[in-house]
Design a protein around this ligand. Structure first.
Ligand code: NAD
Length: 260
């Protein structure tokens, strides 16, 4: 469904973003992947996408805390592919701490990567989408765009911000053939979740197993983690003709978490 289209997926060297980049490439899209990691691992993923799916794949090391690098990333993709038809704002980090101890630099970093980066990327990609009369903007929000958990003040604030930014951009672009939506996963087993286990153990005085079963999976009535591929399938659907009238939506994939 994305033959001769091109996509930029931020934070796609790992986890959900990598699954989304691969799923869009499987539908025929050229993809720009972005994020941090070992150069040889990133090159393996990039080259793998090209050989497996027969599309063009390029890599941008743009740091999502840097507005100028975000604008250059979009310009690079437009230069290499001729267009950015699909923008997926996915890069994100987490930090867990009681609010009174929450490091100020962590607050700033999370707001920059998890919220402001989406604004900068949308701002840069929209002129081309409008000119072509077609675009799909998808952001990875979170169940934390709808509900809160303690000790995640910056993350919850940023993700609620993504839901608001999504609605606003959707209204502005509604008559231009550009849809804007966000996907709100519950817990997906990725490095982002694995890495927050030690801090959650410390914040709540729990063991690793207790954090997994009594905090993480406790939130999800299905008692199962969401997979990155299940999130990616929603992104692909949002790019399909069937989703043309879906815009401004926040789509939950959370094992029932936010139904409670
Ligand atoms: P992950 O840690 O596996 O991947 C994060 C990606 O972002 C990596 O590619 C990393 O290199 C990149 N990144 C981090 N800082 C960056 C920066 N400054 N500039 C550019 N790239 C940067 O995490 P994930 O779980 O796949 O998370 C992806 C998105 O999904 C995030 O926005 C996260 O908030 C969201 N999310 C995750 C879960 C979950 O349970 N894992 C649930 C809901 C939402």
């Amino acid at each position: 469904i994305l033959q001769s289209k091109s996509a930029v997926v931020t934070g796609s060297t790992s986890g959900i973003g990598l699954a989304i980049a691969r799923a869009l490439a499987a539908e025929g899209a050229n993809v720009l992947i972005n994020g941090f990691g070992k150069p040889e691992d990133i090159e393996k993923e990039r080259a793998g996408i090209e050989t497996e799916f027969g599309v063009k794949a390029i890599y941008s090391a743009a740091d999502m805390t840097k507005p100028a690098e975000i604008a250059t990333m979009i310009a690079d993709a437009e230069k290499a592919f001729g267009a950015v038809d699909v923008l997926v704002n996915n890069a994100g980090i987490q930090f867990v701490s009681p609010i009174e101890d929450f490091p100020i630099d962590k607050w700033d970093q999370i707001i920059a990567i998890n919220l402001s980066a989406a604004f900068h990327a949308i701002r840069a990609a929209v002129p081309g989408m409008k000119a072509r009369g077609w675009g799909r903007i998808i952001s990875t929000a979170s169940a934390h765009s709808l509900v809160a958990s303690p000790f995640k003040s910056a993350y919850v604030a940023a993700k609620h911000g993504i839901a608001g930014l999504t609605k606003t951009a959707a209204l502005e672009l509604a008559t231009h053939g550009v849809t804007v939506n966000c996907i709100s996963p519950g817990y997906v087993w990725t490095p982002l979740v694995e890495n927050q286990i030690p801090a959650t153990m410390a914040s709540r005085g729990l063991t690793r197993d207790q954090v997994i079963n009594d905090v993480l999976l406790e939130a999800q009535p299905t008692k199962e983690f969401v997979t990155p591929e299940e999130v990616a399938a929603i992104a692909v659907f949002l790019c399909s003709p069937a989703a043309k009238q879906m815009t401004g939506a926040n789509l939950s994939v959370d094992g029932g978490w936010t139904a409670e």
